[in-house]
Design a protein around this ligand. Structure first.
Ligand SMILES: Nc1ncnc2c1ncn2[C@@H]1O[C@H](COP(=O)(O)OP(=O)(O)OP(=O)(O)O)[C@@H](O)[C@H]1O
Ligand SMILES: [Mg+2]
Length: 505
C-alpha cells in the first residue's frame, strides 16, 4: 500500500477514536507525523482580524526541536506571511524543500537550529470552505511528490471535519451554559427527572421552596422528595404508563396539586411537566409555582365578598325594620285618625274632629322626622351636595362628646371615596363615644399624592378589635376601593383608626 494511503488511514482512525475535537486534532497530527516520519506538525486558524494563530502543535520528543516548537506555538502570521500565510492566501498547498534557504520565512533560523528542512503546508477544508492551515516539517530534504501532496490534502479535509466538530461542541457548550444560567436565575422551582423518576436537576428556586439542597436532591426519586405520600403511587404509575404507551396524561398542562417540603409541610403548587427533547431515554422537566399567596388572596376575596353581600342584606333588613317600627306605625295611626275624623265630621262632631286632625298632624310630623332621620343614616344628603366638609361638621355637631376637626380638604372626590371616608369617620366617632370614655376626640382628613387619609383619634381606654362587626365592615368597604384600614389601640393608651383610600388625584 502506498505510504500516502496508509497515512490517510492512520489519521482517519485517530480522528474517529478521539473523545472530543481537541483530542482528535492532536492525535491526527501525531498519526500524520509518525506515519510519514516527520518531526513536527502544526495547525493554524484565523482569528477575527484574519491573523493566523497556532491552535495545536505535535512534536517528536527531541530537545533539539523544543525551541522551534515553542516559537511556532507563540507565532502568528498575516496573509502571505511565512508558510501558513502563503497557503492561507493561495488556498492551495505549498511545498518547500529547504525551509532554511527561503529568506522570507520568519522561522528559518530556528528551523535550521532544529535540523528541519522540508516544510509542507496544505489548507484545512471543511464544508464551509478553507478554515485553516496544516503545516508539517521533516528533517530530510524531500522533493515535491504529487501523491503525497494529494494525501496531505485528504488529511486537511479530515482536520476540516474536526474543526466542524469543534464548532458544534462550542455551540453546544454555549447553549448548555445559557440553559444553566436560565435555570439558576428562574424565580420558580424547576426540577428535572430521568425516565426512572430520579432527580437530575434541582435549581436554586426549588432549593428555596422545598428545603432540599441540590446535592441532597439529585439522584433521589422525585416522588420521595416533593410528592405527598398519598400521591406517590399514582405518580409512579403515571410515569410507568407513559413509558409503556407513550400516551401522555399530564404532560404540557397546568395542574394544581399539593407538594411537600423537606420538613413535611405542604404547599399548593401549579405544576407543568414537559418532556425534553434529548436523545436517549425520556427526560422530564417540572416547572412549579408556589401558589399559597394566590389561594390565600382568593379565599380572602371570596370571604370579603360574602361579607359585603351579608352587610348589604343586614342593612336592608335594618331599613325594613326601622320603616316598620317607625314611620309605618305613624302613618297607620294617621290613617286611623283621618278615618275617625271623617266619620266624626259626618256626625257633625266638630270638636272631636279637630282633636283627631291635631293628632294626625302630629303623627305626620313624627313620621316625616323619622323618615328624615332614616334617610340620613342611609346616605346623608349633605355629603352628596356639599362634600366631606359640611357632612363632617354635621357629624361633629350631633356628637355628645366634643370633637376637634384638625383638617378636612375642601376638594370633592369620587362619591364612593367620599362616602367610604364619611362612614369610617362616623363609625370611628360612634365607637369612641360608645367604647372609649375619652376626654378628647380628633378627626383629621388629609390628601397626599393620590391618597385620602382619614383618622379618628381618641385618648380613651384603647383595646379596639378589628375583628368586630363595625370595623370589619369598614375594612371590607375600603378593600373594595383598594384602600386599607389600620387600628392602633393599645390598652389604656387611646385609639387611632386610620383609613387610606386611593382617590386618583
Ligand atoms: N375607640 C375605641 N376605644 C376602645 N375600644 C374600642 C374602640 N373602638 C372599638 N372598640 C372595641 O372594639 C370592638 C369592635 O368594634 P366594632 O366597631 O367593630 O364593633 P361594635 O362597635 O361593638 O359594634 P358595631 O359597630 O357593629 O355596632 C368594640 O366592641 C369595642 O370593644
Ligand atoms: Mg362600632
Amino acid at each position: 500500500m502506498a505510504i500516502g494511503v496508509r497515512t490517510e488511514q492512520a489519521v482517519a482512525r485517530a480522528v474517529a477514536g478521539a473523545a472530543d475535537s481537541g483530542e482528535a486534532q492532536h492525535q491526527a497530527l501525531e498519526a500524520l507525523c509518525r506515519s510519514l516520519g516527520w518531526s513536527l506538525a502544526a495547525t493554524w486558524e484565523p482569528d477575527r482580524s484574519d491573523v493566523l494563530r497556532c491552535t495545536d502543535v505535535w512534536v517528536e520528543a527531541d530537545p533539539a526541536l523544543d525551541a522551534f516548537a515553542e516559537a511556532t506555538r507563540a507565532y502568528s502570521f498575516r496573509r502571505d506571511e511565512g508558510l501558513p500565510g502563503r497557503v492561507w492566501t493561495a488556498r492551495a498547498p505549498a511545498w518547500i524543500t529547504d525551509a532554511t534557504a527561503d529568506p522570507e520565512l520568519p522561522r528559518r533560523a530556528l528551523a535550521g537550529e532544529a535540523g528541519l528542512r522540508t516544510a509542507i503546508g496544505v489548507p484545512i477544508e471543511s464544508g464551509r470552505g478553507v478554515c485553516g492551515v496544516l503545516e508539517c516539517f521533516g528533517r530530510e530534504q524531500v522533493e515535491p511528490d504529487a501523491d503525497l501532496l494529494a494525501s496531505m490534502e485528504v488529511v486537511g479535509g479530515l482536520l476540516g471535519q474536526v474543526a466542524e466538530r469543534r464548532r458544534a461542541e462550542a455551540d453546544m457548550h454555549l447553549s448548555e451554559q445559557r440553559y444553566r444560567a436560565t435555570l439558576q436565575a428562574a424565580l420558580d422551582p424547576v426540577v428535572t427527572m430521568d425516565h426512572e423518576g430520579r432527580v437530575i436537576e434541582f435549581n436554586p428556586a426549588a432549593e428555596r421552596v422545598f428545603g432540599w439542597t441540590s446535592s441532597d436532591a439529585v439522584g433521589r426519586e422525585m416522588a420521595e422528595l416533593i410528592v405527598p405520600e398519598e400521591l406517590r403511587e399514582p405518580h409512579r404509575a403515571g410515569l410507568r404508563r407513559y413509558l409503556e404507551t407513550s400516551r401522555p396524561h399530564v404532560l404540557d398542562q397546568r395542574l394544581e396539586v399539593e407538594a411537600v417540603r423537606a420538613d413535611g409541610s405542604r404547599l399548593p403548587v401549579e405544576l407543568t411537566i414537559t418532556r425534553i427533547d434529548v436523545p436517549g431515554p425520556p427526560v422530564f422537566t417540572g416547572h412549579l409555582r408556589d401558589i399559597t399567596d394566590r389561594l390565600t388572596n382568593e379565599a380572602e376575596l371570596r370571604a370579603s365578598r360574602a361579607r359585603i353581600v351579608e352587610a348589604a342584606d343586614a342593612a336592608r333588613r335594618k331599613i325594613e325594620r326601622d320603616l316598620h317600627d317607625g314611620a309605618q306605625q305613624q302613618l297607620v295611626g294617621l290613617a286611623v285618625n283621618l278615618r275617625g275624623a271623617k266619620s266624626r265630621l259626618a256626625k257633625g262632631d266638630v270638636e272631636t274632629t279637630g282633636e283627631l286632625l291635631d293628632e294626625a298632624v302630629e303623627d305626620l310630623g313624627e313620621a316625616i322626622s323619622q323618615l328624615r332621620e332614616l334617610a340620613r343614616g342611609i346616605h346623608p344628603a349633605v355629603l352628596t351636595e356639599g362634600g366631606l366638609t359640611p357632612a363632617l361638621r354635621g357629624l361633629v355637631r350631633r356628637s355628645p362628646i366634643a370633637v376637634e376637626i384638625a383638617s378636612v380638604p375642601e376638594d370633592r372626590f369620587d362619591p364612593a371615596v367620599e362616602s367610604a371616608v364619611y362612614f369610617i369617620l362616623s363609625e370611628g366617632l360612634t365607637n369612641a363615644v360608645r367604647h372609649a370614655e375619652p376626654r378628647e376626640i380628633t378627626i383629621e382628613v388629609t390628601h397626599e399624592e393620590g391618597v385620602l387619609v382619614a383618622e379618628v383619634r381618641d385618648d380613651g381606654r384603647g383595646g379596639a378589635d378589628i375583628a368586630g362587626g363595625g370595623l370589619r365592615g369598614l375594612a371590607d368597604r375600603l378593600a373594595a376601593l383598594d384602600g386599607t384600614l389600620t387600628v392602633v389601640s393599645p390598652a389604656g393608651a387611646g385609639t387611632v383608626l386610620r383609613a387610606e383610600v386611593p382617590c386618583g388625584s
